[in-house]
Design a protein around this ligand. Structure first.
Ligand SMILES: Nc1ncnc2c1ncn2[C@@H]1O[C@H](COP(=O)(O)OP(=O)(O)OP(=O)(O)O)[C@@H](O)[C@H]1O
Ligand SMILES: [Mg+2]
Length: 453
C-alpha cells in the first residue's frame, strides 16, 4: 500500500481514535460503571472499524489498484488491466481505465505493424537509402546501401555523413540539398570489380513549420542502363565501320575506272568484279541488320507451323552442299527419323544455314561437317559439328555478340559480317530454346541447339 493512498485512511483512523477517547471522557462523566463504559467503547470501536473497512475496500483499494494499473500503462505495458469487485462510480472508473488500456494496446499494435511494414519496404527496396538529420548525423541506412559500399550499419549510424562517406559527390549533393532546400540530382561511379553507376537523388525533409529537419539520400543503380547505352554506342560505331569499308572500296575502284576511261578492258572487268563483290557484301550486311532489328523488335512474333525435319534438311542442304563441295569438305547429314515440331520455318532455316555455313567457312579443305537432328525427351536436338579451326576458350562467351569475330581478317575474307551467330541466338531464344557451344582449337567446333517440341 502506498503512503499517498494510506494517508487519508490514517487520518480516518486518527479521527476514530480521537472520537473514542472523547466518547470515553464524556461517558465517564455520566457513569462509573466500567463495564458499561467498555461495552459502549467496544461497540463504537467495532462499528467504526467496520465502517473503515467498508471505506477502504470500496474506495481506497480500487484507487490504489487504479494507480498501479496506470503506472504500468505509463511504462508502456498496455496489457495491464484492473480487476476489483466494485459498483457505482468506482465501477465506471474501472471500466474506463480498462477500456483506455485496450485502446492503447490496439494503437500500439497498429503502430508496430506500420513500423514493421515501413522497415520491410526500406530494407527491401533495390535502391540505397540514407537518412541524415539537420546536424548531418546519419540515422538510418538500408541493406542495399550497405551492400553497395560493403560496410556495416555500425560504421554509419550516429556518425556525421562527411566523416563516413568517402565519395565527394555524395557530400556535395547533400550539402546542396541543405543549402537550397530542394531536390538535388547527380551521378556517381564506383570502381568495384565491375564498374557500377548510380544516380543519386537527395531530398530535403521539412517539419510542420517548414523548417528543414534533415535529408534523405537515395542511390539508384543504373549500371544496366549505362551498359545498354555503351552497347548502343558500340553498335552504331560498328555499323558505321562495317559500312565504311565496302563503300570506300566501291568509291575508290569506281573513281579509278572513271579516270581511266575504261581503256584497259581486263582491268576494268577486274575492278567491276570487286565493286560487285563489295556491293553484295553491303547488301548482305544490310539484310542481316534488318533481320536483327526485326528479331529484336518487341512485337516480333514467330510464325509457328509444324516443321518436318526431313523436309527442312532437304530445303537447306543443296546450297550448303555446293559450298562444301567447292571447298572440298565432306558434308554429312545424320537424320534417320522424321520428326515434326512447332517452329518458325524461315527462322529455323536461317539458323541451320548460318551454323552450317560457319562450319564450312571455318573448316579447312578435306575437313568434315556433320549435321545431326535427334528427338530427345522434351526437345529437338540439332547439332552442327565440324573439324575446323576451332575457337579459343576465352573467346567462346563473346561469339554471339553482334559484329564479334575471332579472327577479323579471316572472317572478312569469307565475306562474314559477324552478325550470323547473333541472329541464330535471337531466333533460338524466341523459340524458348537453348544454344551451347564446345570447341577445341585446331580440332573442331560443335554447336548444340535445343528446341522445345
Ligand atoms: N564453326 C566455327 N568454327 C570456328 N569459328 C567459328 C565458327 N562459327 C563461328 N566462329 C567464329 O565466330 C565468329 C562469329 O560468327 P558469325 O557467324 O556471327 O559471324 P561471321 O561468320 O564472321 O559472319 P556472318 O555474319 O556472315 O556469319 C566468326 O567470325 C568466327 O570467328
Ligand atoms: Mg557466320
Amino acid at each position: 500500500m502506498k503512503f499517498t493512498t494510506i494517508k487519508p485512511f490514517l487520518n480516518l483512523v486518527i479521527i476514530v481514535m480521537i472520537t473514542l477517547i472523547v466518547t470515553g471522557i464524556v461517558l465517564s462523566q455520566f457513569t462509573n460503571n466500567l463495564f458499561v463504559l467498555l461495552l459502549v467503547l467496544l461497540t463504537e470501536f467495532v462499528v467504526f472499524m467496520s465502517l473503515l473497512h467498508y471505506i477502504y475496500d470500496k474506495y481506497i483499494k480500487p484507487i490504489e489498484k487504479a494507480t498501479v494499473t496506470l503506472d504500468e500503462l505509463v511504462k508502456g505495458n498496455f496489457r495491464a488491466r484492473m480487476h476489483h469487485p466494485v459498483s457505482g462510480s468506482m465501477a465506471s472508473l474501472l471500466m474506463k481505465i480498462n477500456s483506455l488500456a485496450r485502446s492503447l494496446s490496439e494503437i500500439s499494435i497498429h503502430e508496430k505493424i506500420v513500423a514493421e511494414q515501413l522497415t520491410t519496404v526500406i530494407e527491401n527496396i533495390q535502391s540505397g537509402l540514407v537518412l541524415i538529420d539537420e546536424k548531418g548525423y546519419i540515422h538510418l541506412v538500408n541493406k542495399k546501401f550497405l551492400s553497395i559500399f560493403g560496410k556495416l550499419e555500425k560504421d554509419y549510424i550516429g556518425y556525421l555523413y562527411y566523416d563516413v562517406m568517402e565519395q565527394e559527390k555524395l557530400h556535395k549533393t547533400i550539402q546542396q540539398t541543405f543549402l537550397y532546400e530542394e531536390n538535388v540530382k547527380d551521378f556517381v561511379t564506383l570502381d568495384a570489380e565491375v564498374k557500377q553507376y548510380f544516380e543519386i537523388v537527395s531530398a530535403p525533409i521539412f517539419d510542420e513549420r517548414n523548417i528543414i529537419k534533415g535529408v534523405v539520400l537515395v542511390l539508384y543503380d543504373i549500371s544496366d542502363l549505362k551498359q545498354l547505352e555503351v552497347m548502343r554506342k558500340d553498335f552504331v560505331a560498328n555499323v558505321s565501320h562495317e559500312l565504311k569499308t565496302p563503300i570506300t572500296s566501291i568509291r575508290g575502284f569506281s573513281e579509278t575506272l572513271l579516270d581511266d576511261d575504261l581503256k584497259d578492258k581486263e582491268i576494268a572487268r577486274q575492278f567491276l568484279g570487286i565493286i560487285n563483290e563489295e556491293s553484295r557484301r553491303l547488301q548482305s550486311l544490310i539484310q542481316d541488320l534488318l533481320t536483327l532489328s526485326k528479331l529484336e523488335n518487341e512485337d516480333s512474333k514467330l510464325e509457328l507451323t509444324l516443321v518436318n525435319t526431313r523436309k527442312l534438311i532437304d530445303d537447306v542442304i543443296p546450297v550448303l552442299k555446293q559450298q562444301a563441295d567447292q571447298k572440298g569438305i565432306q558434308l554429312i547429314i545424320d537424320n534417320d527419323s522424321e520428326i515434326d515440331f512447332l517452329a518458325d520455318l524461315n527462322g529455323i532455316k536461317q539458323v541451320m544455314i548460318n551454323l552450317v555455313a560457319n562450319a564450312i567457312n571455318y573448316t579447312p579443305k578435306d575437313g568434315r561437317v556433320t549435321l545431326n537432328v535427334k528427338e530427345e525427351q522434351d526437345f529437338i536436338h540439332l547439332c552442327v559439328k565440324d573439324t575446323g579451326i576451332g575457337i579459343p576458350k576465352e573467346e567462346l562467351p563473346r561469339i554471339f555478340e553482334r559484329f564479334y569475330r575471332v579472327d577479323k581478317a579471316r572472317s572478312r575474307n569469307t565475306g562474314g559480317t559477324g552478325l550470323g551467330l547473333a541472329i541464330v541466338k535471337h531466333i533460338v531464344e524466341l523459340h524458348k530454346g537453348m544454344i551451347e557451344v564446345e570447341s577445341e582449337l585446331n580440332t573442331g567446333t560443335t554447336f548444340h541447339l535445343y528446341f522445345p517440341k
